[in-house]
Design a protein around this ligand. Sequence first.
Ligand code: SF4
Length: 368
Amino acid sequence: MKTGLYLHIPFCARKCPYCDFYSCGGNRDIQHRYIDRVLEEMSEAPIVEADSLYLGGGTPSLLLPEELARVTAACRERFALEGEVTLEANPGTVTPQALSKLREAGFNRISFGVQSFVSEELQYLGRLHSAKQAADAVLAAKAAGFDEISVDLMLGIPGQTKEGLEQSLAVLQTLPVTHLSAYLLKIEPGTPFDDPAIISLLPDEETTCALYLRTVEAAASMGLLQYEISNFARPGSESRHNLKYWQREPYLAFGPSAHGFLNGVRYTHKSDLTAYLAGDFGILCEDDHPNELEETLMLGLRLTKGLSFDALVNRFSLDGAAIDRLLRQLIQAGLMQPSAEGFGLTPQGFLVSNSILVEWLSLLLPQL
Ligand code: SF4
């Protein structure tokens, strides 16, 4: 099995008030030195064959295409990289010329952090781009030769209404998008959004559920089929890299705060750019014995293709009759359904996926 590669680019033009990803400011000199260090870390990593590279952040598109081209070249040389090569980009940070250079550098998939096509919602989120810039960026990427284009939308934005979501979906429908990620806003402790005044503006639970279910329905009508709790794609345009996360496949990670998974061990990097620039990559073992059953359930239930419970019974010697009973209950409640691999959550099930996971874990973990 080939391996994925993840590179964290820890630079942002400005911190968004809801975000707790590791990122900071940085000028061209720091960015150049950062890529020097990344290439050094790559040169010391285990030699694997890679079939995906994902540059996330932060805002990878803040870097010059020439810097990003150094990364793709190094990955081809060190990891025989072939396959899906994704760049996360913010609208407003890409020009037609830069997009063409990125295609030449080997990027074949671009994921835009749009979040909304409604100006007031973008302002609430503290985003630097306008709705028009977002739509223009998608069209420019298509014109530059990107066939795989993903857009992120956020649901449950302070003040968001069903009409606001319809406005975003109406714009999305006009764009050459092959993939959609639709995330529910989560209030992260310690961020500026972790404030009673902001929290009081969040849509109530009923509205948030309606926003999610409407997105599932609208995406399907655009040919973007749900394949994960928050992800939708044209058939064949699913993110191969992200599928590795949910299918417990290996991926190497590079850069401060980046998480990797290799030979059954989960590891991470310290969130410390200064140390990283000084040559301390800060690699820490996160968990060298992750519970395989727990992870398989937690990750597999995120996917619409679901899980083969028969395979779980055989692999972990579980009580098949108890599993059948819980499955029947969840199917009757409309929360699970037969799926490609066995059984998976319905869209209504995804809305309460955490409590369903707890039910499964409470039933199965004591059987190990
Ligand atoms: S641009 Fe993205 S990574 Fe950067 S602060 Fe905003 S949400 Fe976070």
